[in-house]
Design a protein around this ligand. Sequence first.
Ligand code: SAM
Length: 311
Amino acid sequence: MGFEHKSVLLNETIEGLNIKPDGIYVDGTLGGGGHAYEVCRRLGEKGSIIGIDQDEAAIEAAGIRLKDFGEKVTIIRSNYCDMKSKLQEQGIDKVDGIVLDLGVSSYQLDTADRGFSYREDAPLDMRMDRRQKMTARDIVNDYSEMDLYRVIRDYGEDKFAKNIAKHIVAARGKSPIETTGQLTEIIRASIPMKYQKKSGHPAKRTFQAIRIELNRELEVLKNSLDDMIEILNPGGRLCIITFHSLEDRIVKSAFKKNENPCTCPPDFPVCVCGNVSKGRVVTRKPILPSEEELEYNSRSKSAKLRIFERS
Ligand SMILES: C[S@@+](CC[C@H](N)C(=O)[O-])C[C@H]1O[C@@H](n2cnc3c(N)ncnc32)[C@H](O)[C@@H]1O
C-alpha cells in the first residue's frame, strides 16, 4: 500500500511560512512529506529542511518523496518535542520556520494493522512510534473505569463516555479486549441506537480519545511550543495545523502568552515583571480550509491553522 495522504491547508501553510530561499526550515510532523515537498520547491541553493517524524513508515515514505532534493533534506526519526536537541546535534541553533500538521496521517489510519481504525479489525495498537511499549490494548484493558471515562470524555468529547467506560470494564471482566473490532462492538452497544446515526461512526470519538492519550499528543504539544518559538530567527514563523479543539486551545494560548508574557497587574503604570514579548500572533482568527478543500478532502473538516512570528 502506497503512502496516501492529502496535505491539509497546504497553500495557506506555505504562504504563512513566508519562505526565504536560503532559510532553514523544520517540518516536525513530516508524514508523507506533502508540506515539506512544497517547502523544498521554494528553497534556493543554500536553503534546507529538517523533517521529523516518530513513525518509521512516514520516514520511509517521505525519504522517497523528497529524494530529488538531495542534501537539502535531512530526515530524523524522533518526537518533535526533542526538536531543539535534535537540531543542535546537526549544528543548528536557529531556524527560519517550523510546520506542525498534527494528528495522524491517512496512511496511518488506513493501514489496518496499525490499529488506529474502527473500520478495520486489527490488534489494538495505535502507536505512532512503534518503539514505544505501551499500546491501546494496555489502555483499554488496564486503565480504571474512572480513567477511561476521563479520557473518553475529555479527548473524545463523547457524551456517552461514562457508559462506554462501564461497558469496556464489564466486557474485559470476561476476557481481555484484543482487537479494534471487539472495541468497536462494545462502543456500539454503549450508545443508544437513535444517537448512532446522528454524529458519524459511534466509535470515532472513543478511538480518537485513546489515540490522543496513548501518544500523549496534548502533553507533547503543550511542552514543545515555547522551545519552538525560542529557536526561531527574527521574522521566522511557526505554523501549526490542529484538528481538535483542545489542541487549538493549547496553541492559541501559548501564542498569546508568547506575544504578551507580562504578568504585572493591569493597574501597574509600567511593566516590572521583565517578561519580554517573543513576537506576534499573525492569525488573530485561525485560518480554515476553503469550501473547495472541504469538498475534496473530508479530513480537513476540523483543521485550523495558526501562525506566530518571532521578533
Ligand atoms: C497529519 S500527518 C502529517 C502529514 C504531512 N504534513 C503531509 O502533508 O504529508 C502527521 C504526522 O505527524 C507524525 N507525528 C504526530 N505527532 C508527532 C510527534 N509528537 N513527533 C513526531 N511526529 C509526530 C505522525 O506520525 C504523522 O506521520
